[in-house]
Design a protein around this ligand. Structure first.
Ligand SMILES: [Zn+2]
Ligand SMILES: [Zn+2]
Length: 83
């Protein structure tokens, strides 16, 4: 199952917990379906686990090295080890 991260508070939640609701924008009929995080009802992005420490990271924050995906902290540690 894939995980998501709330862009407002950085909480990690399951994809199946995504909140959805209808916004009517003052209209009586024909609302629009919106999706948001279950915690803040805000935008969210896909997340995945860091292949090193297992922390959840957003898909635009991870760094790919040799087909593995790492969070910034682990990339820093790996770089230090290589020097
Ligand atoms: Zn949140
Ligand atoms: Zn990591």
């Amino acid at each position: 199952m894939s995980k998501c991260v709330c862009l407002k508070c950085n909480a990690v939640f399951d994809e199946e917990d995504i909140a959805s609701w209808i916004e009517y924008h003052g209209l009586e009929y024909g609302g629009e379906r919106w999706y948001g995080s279950p915690c803040c009802y805000e935008d969210f992005v896909d997340a995945r686990e860091c292949d090193c420490c297992g922390e959840y990271i957003t898909t635009d924050q991870y760094i790919e090295i040799d087909e593995n995906k790492y969070c910034w902290d682990c990339v820093m540690i790996k770089r230090l080890e290589e020097i």
